[in-house]
Design a binder for this molecule. Structure first.
Ligand code: DCP
Ligand code: MG
Ligand code: MN
Length: 341
């Protein structure tokens, strides 16, 4: 390794075939896997072929080069390039990005749909290639434009001001706040993020509140579609994703609810304000200091699996991110403050 492979007589062809092979590697269909296999075989064969290939017959005669690959090699020789490579590359990147704009569609699904022959949202709507959509993806497709446009800050505020009194009517002691890009002061927001919790000093919690709230918001036509419901609405820690709108003339907007136990309020405020990059660096910083930070709290004395740092062997003990009497604060009495290498 490290040394460049010696140039062989058909190096330009090999380079193009490698490019083509990479293209198919990033895809998932059986046919793509087969192509990767046959290009690999042809490339190895070409490397040990001393003379320059000039004709289809010559290419086809090489052991390991089939009819399709031989034709591809001719295409490379004749055009000096493989137009298909560049054509296909831009085409599939654009299509995959288009599909990933559908709520609930990730890169893998987008590629599967592409391999099934879908190129446009209409193809997806027509279920071209026999593809299947989840209920959430179907909603994502129906409101594609709405979901992919950001709302002005003022609209997020208006919607939140409609929701807040409805929540407080269910329980006046709720803590309910608008988070995310709104809380960071952005001029426009991709969605509305709402955090709900409740002080427990009177022995009560927010258990069951989110279900009641969502029913009421559906009734009033503020929340219009559910995308992702929690498994058990009785938990204190819940995540909800859906669509909402200010009024019947307004576009659909994405809305998220997060509820957390009151002891997690500080950590949840931090997490849900973001942004995601800030969270990542803060978590890294906590790790280096011997703590562990997530949306539930800051923990001291976490023991991680040395082979896989993501695995915790000991969950540790909650340090302080919320004002609780008797809780220990993050201070030099904490664990190691020495940066770990
Ligand atoms: N968050 C995170 N990591 C993620 C997703 C979210 O840490 N992968 C946190 C930080 C975000 C907050 O949750 O600020 C809200 O998530 P959003 O996806 O709603 O992002 P923003 O509100 O920051 O931006 P946008 O205006 O696009 O919604
Ligand atoms: Mg947001
Ligand atoms: Mn969000």
């Amino acid at each position: 390794t490290g040394l460049p492979a010696p140039r062989c007589a058909n190096q330009d062809v090999i380079d193009k075939l490698e490019e083509l092979m990479e293209l198919h590697k990033s895809k998932l269909s059986d046919e793509d896997r087969w192509r990767v296999f046959s290009y690999g075989k042809a490339i190895r064969a070409l490397r040990s072929c001393p003379e320059r290939i000039r004709s289809y017959e010559q290419a086809k005669a090489i052991k390991g080069v089939g009819d399709k690959t031989a034709r591809k090699i001719m295409e490379i020789l004749e055009t000096g390039d493989l137009r298909r490579i560049y054509h296909e590359r831009t085409d599939d990147v654009d299509v995959v990005n288009l599909f990933m704009g559908i709520y609930g569609v990730g890169r893998n699904i987008a590629y599967i749909w592409y391999s099934n022959g879908c190129r446009t949202l209409d193809d997806v709507k027509a279920r071209k290639g026999g593809i299947k959509l989840t209920a959430a993806q179907e909603i994502g497709l129906r409101y594609y434009t709405d979901i992919n446009s950001r709302m002005p800050r003022s609209e997020a505020a208006e919607i939140f001001e409609m929701i807040k009194p409805i929540a407080l009517a269910i329980d006046p002691k709720l803590f309910i706040e608008i988070m995310g890009s709104y809380r960071r002061g952005k001029a426009d927001c991709g969605d509305i993020d709402i955090l709900i919790t409740r002080p427990t000093d009177d022995g009560k919690t927010h258990q069951g509140v989110l279900l009641k709230l969502l029913r009421e918001l559906h009734c009033q036509g503020i929340v219009t579609e559910d995308l992702c419901l929690p498994d058990d609405f009785d938990d204190l820690e819940l995540v909800y994703r859906g669509l909402c709108r200010r009024d019947s003339k307004s576009p659909r907007r994405r809305i998220d609810f997060l509820t957390v136990p009151y002891t997690s309020r500080g950590a949840a405020l931090l997490y849900y304000t973001g942004d995601d990059i800030f969270n990542r660096s803060l978590r890294l910083k906590a790790n280096v200091m011997g703590y562990s930070l997530n949306q539930r709290g800051l923990y001291a004395g976490v023991v991680r699996d040395p082979c896989d740092r993501r695995q915790k062997l000991d969950d540790g003990e909650r340090a302080c991110l919320h004002a609780r009497r008797g809780a220990h604060h993050v201070s030099p009495q904490g664990p190691s403050l020495r940066p770990r290498r």
